[in-house]
Design a protein around this ligand. Structure first.
Ligand SMILES: Cc1cc2nc3c(=O)[nH]c(=O)nc-3n(C[C@H](O)[C@H](O)[C@H](O)COP(=O)(O)OP(=O)(O)OC[C@H]3O[C@@H](n4cnc5c(N)ncnc54)[C@H](O)[C@@H]3O)c2cc1C
Length: 508
């Protein structure tokens, strides 16, 4: 392996840190374990199987100067640094693959609002929720934020290259909100990054070229929102509906889910697919927009659900993806960047494959104004049921492979897990990053084994997963394959309509 640190002298680094620095750090097992994983279950499974990917120390800087100090020291002793926000990325982009330092930036939370210039200048460890709530008190709001906003940090969404989230339909991708940034590069120098071309280098590249310490973001006068929720039985109808309303100028958020997803979230299951819309105050009144949407949705056999349910969905929006995680031991999913047109086939293939292989599944898609989609293909599983777990991961792999082969999209964000696809299918991008990495980080200490290098080969993963899918096919044929019955599935599959929400739905 070429792009990884060598001759790391961790003990000397720690001794020097103790001698020369006031910055808080911990080598306690509880800290290094809790800061070495992310939201998905796979890294947890990795630890169990390989006992790898655990940091040696967690450091909590509060100021940019402290980040500089740590980076310079780490460089001296070739100690790898993995920057970390809230750890909500799904694909192991903050797993410390060579031990070393987890640089937890969550104490870097200072910010300043400039109302005259409609911008906020903030340190990057602050969570979206905290920053946005504070802005709202000043009658401003951010242009967009991920649905992990309760925890996820500003720096983390730059690291994962967030383009689709709440508000991005109206205001555009997160990269369009960035005015300029301050970055500590791998040599420990501070850089001001203010051109689109340079900002792009750090957007979606997992901090391998620099640690973003401060960022200046556009802000907007806060406006009222109104949510609508529509049920469909056919995916084609839902997609036609989205295409029909896309020109309305007061759409703030549009997303869709399926029955399996909403059973876990709102306890509803009367329709096969659900379409969620949030309108933003504008030239049209909410009631006029609602009438228009209702009229069009009827044409496509959609049923507008009660206000109560749509408000409940909106209120719980920031918790919905985590709900699935809480109900199931392992949240195996793949996140795809595609467009609405391709979604139809992708979802149908995914559902057909999951059904044939007797695997649990659900979907969530969030859409931007250009009809690009962040599509989550979720296969809830349990790593104790090893065949189900492996087949679930294999299913995600098969889908990604097909997506690249048919040019229907690409992986939405990368990390330890998804870097193999980059190497195989997006080699031009990787070559460009490799060159840049060698130039800016000659000791390869920033977030190793992400994007530019992988530990395992695509061929190996492909062989293992395809074999798995083959065995699963046979198991399904001879009826030994079983879905995992999570506690909630049992109660829901018996009487879905008995819930209060179910009753409301029926009367709609
Ligand atoms: C429930 C849930 C909902 C989600 N919803 C969305 C969504 O709507 N849209 C979407 O795009 N994603 C979504 N995600 C994915 C993820 O939450 C986002 O990508 C999020 O912004 C990551 O932020 P974080 O603070 O958790 O970063 P982390 O997971 O801690 O880090 C992400 C990457 O950025 C790097 N990094 C962190 N901070 C910095 C920094 N200051 N400088 C340089 N690199 C840094 C890390 O090393 C890592 O590579 C969701 C995830 C969950 C669990």
């Amino acid at each position: 392996m070429k792009y990884v640190p060598e001759d790391t002298d961790f003990r000397s680094f720690i001794e020097e840190l103790k001698k020369s620095s006031q910055i808080e750090f911990s080598e306690d097992l509880i800290d290094i374990i809790s800061e070495s994983g992310d939201m998905a279950g796979s890294p947890y499974a990795h630890w169990r199987w390989k006992k790898k990917f655990i940091a040696d120390v967690v450091i909590w800087p509060e100021k940019e100067e402290e980040v500089v100090e740590i980076v310079k020291l780490a460089n001296r002793f070739s100690v790898p640094i993995t920057p970390r926000g809230a750890g909500t990325c799904y694909f192991g982009s903050n797993n410390p693959t060579f031990g070393g330092i987890i640089l937890d930036l969550k104490r870097m939370t200072n910010y300043n609002v400039n109302k005259d210039e409609n911008k906020v200048i903030t340190q990057t460890g602050i969570s979206f929720q905290t920053l946005n709530n504070n802005l709202i008190e000043d009658s401003f709001e951010l242009g967009g934020y991920p649905s992990s906003a309760l925890a996820s940090t500003i720096g983390g969404w730059v690291g994962t290259g967030g383009s689709h989230g709440i508000g991005t339909y109206h205001y555009g991708s997160f990269v369009d909100q960035i005015l300029d940034m301050k970055v500590v590069n791998p040599m420990g120098d501070i850089q001001i990054v203010d051109s689109k071309k340079d900002i792009d280098k750090f957007f979606g590249t997992c901090g391998i070229f620099g640690i973003i310490t401060e960022i200046s973001l556009k802000i907007y006068p806060c406006r009222k929102k109104k949510s609508l929720f529509i049920g469909y039985n056919k995916l084609n109808d839902l997609i036609s509906m989205i295409q029909k309303i896309k020109q309305m100028d007061n759409l703030y958020l549009i997303s869709f889910t399926d029955k399996n997803y909403e059973m876990r979230n709102l306890n509803i299951s009367n329709y096969n697919y659900y379409f969620f819309i949030v309108l933003i105050e504008g030239n049209e009144t909410f009631s006029h927009s609602k009438e228009q949407i209702e009229k069009i949705s009827k044409k496509y056999s959609g049923n507008l659900l009660s206000n109560e349910i749509s408000e409940q969905k909106w209120k719980a929006y920031l918790k919905q993806e985590t709900k699935i995680k809480r109900d199931t031991p392992v949240l195996t999913l793949q996140s795809i960047k595609t467009n609405l047109e391709n979604c139809k086939d992708l979802i149908k293939n995914f559902e057909a494959l999951a059904e044939k292989r007797i695997l649990n599944h659900c979907i969530y898609g969030s859409i931007n104004h250009d009809l690009s989609v962040r599509l989550l293909l979720i296969t809830p599983t349990d790593n104790k049921k090893i065949y189900h777990f492996l087949a679930s991961k294999a299913l995600s792999h098969r889908i990604v492979k097909n997506i690249y082969k048919t040019e229907k999209g690409e992986v939405y964000s990368y990390g330890l897990q998804n870097s193999i696809y980059l190497d195989k299918f997006e080699s031009d991008k990787v070559e460009k990053w490799r060159k840049l990495k060698s130039d800016v980080d000659p000791n390869f200490i920033f977030n190793p084994l992400k994007l530019v290098e992988t530990k395992t080969s695509y061929r190996r993963i492909n062989t293992i997963f395809e074999m798995n899918l083959f065995w699963r096919k046979i198991a399904a044929k001879i009826k030994t394959a079983k879905r995992v019955n999570f506690p909630k599935d049992k109660s829901l599959s018996k009487k879905p309509e008995q819930t209060t929400l179910g009753k409301n739905l029926k009367s709609d």
